[in-house]
Design a protein around this ligand. Structure first.
Ligand code: NAP
Length: 211
């Protein structure tokens, strides 16, 4: 499948690395395709480079890996994504009374907000629940890390599940897009442990059960 990754920062670059050995054709949507780090990333992963708009236009699946504070303008600038599968891995983070937190929750979510910006797109909320390092490489862990998905299009979630599997995750369907209201605070659990409680960044959640 042709996958556009919009944003080549921590998440975008990690996803490109994580999908390097897959059969997917990756195009990185970057603002500055002549930047040396971006060129190195493309060379090291075999990904193509294009502007964000051209990358999104060319792909069947578009991953949004952008900071929340620029997301609305940057996502709307991608143009009409109707019919395309869109993975929203962004957490709607901001400072609240001097503390990092979610700017949306309870009655809406980042996932629902992104879906409203992209009418007709098949938006799936996922890849927001662990640090980027785990997206690049989670091989050799005692359990396959779990990655929840939320979205209103069952077929889109089934396709996204195959990409999550390619990235080494166990995909689990959390339900419709309103379940982003659960997945975004769940991402905060990881952030709290990793960044504020000293657990570091090389761990992920697993779903273990008695058979
Ligand atoms: N970091 C994590 O471990 C992690 C894990 C899960 C989810 N997330 C979520 O993933 C998203 C991305 O996080 P990140 O850590 O990858 O951020 P990041 O390292 O800051 O990277 C952001 C990328 O977005 C690009 N960008 C910024 N403004 C843009 C615009 N107007 N148009 C096009 N591209 C633009 C930047 O391009 P330039 O290089 O040109 O500035 C950069 O490549 C966030 O919403 C975050 O909440 C992060």
């Amino acid at each position: 499948m042709k996958i556009a990754i919009i944003g080549t920062g921590n998440v975008g670059s990690s996803l490109a690395r994580g999908l390097k050995k897959s059969s997917h054709e990756i195009v990185l949507g970057a603002r500055n395709i002549t930047d040396s780090a971006t060129q190195d990333l493309a060379a090291n992963t075999g990904a193509k480079l294009a502007s964000p708009t051209e990358a999104a236009k060319s792909a069947e699946l578009v991953v949004l890996a952008l900071p929340w504070n620029v997301a609305e303008a940057a996502v709307k600038a991608l143009g009409d994504l109707s019919g395309k599968i869109v993975i929203d891995c962004m957490n709607p983070l901001g400072m609240i009374d001097g503390v990092l937190g979610l700017l949306l929750g309870h009655t809406t979510s980042g996932g629902e907000t992104v879906a409203a910006w992209l009418p007709g797109a098949r938006v799936v909320k996922t890849l927001n629940q662990v640090g980027a390092e785990m997206m690049a490489d989670n091989a050799g862990m005692p359990h396959r890390p779990v990655m929840f998905m939320a979205g209103d299009d069952a077929q889109a979630k089934a396709i996204v599940a195959t990409v999550l599997t390619d990235l080494g995750f166990e995909p689990l369907d959390a339900g419709d897009m309103t379940k982003s209201r659960l997945l975004e605070p769940f991402g905060m659990v990881w952030i709290n442990q990793a960044l504020l409680r000293g657990k570091g960044r090389t761990w992920a959640f697993a779903a273990v059960e008695r058979k």
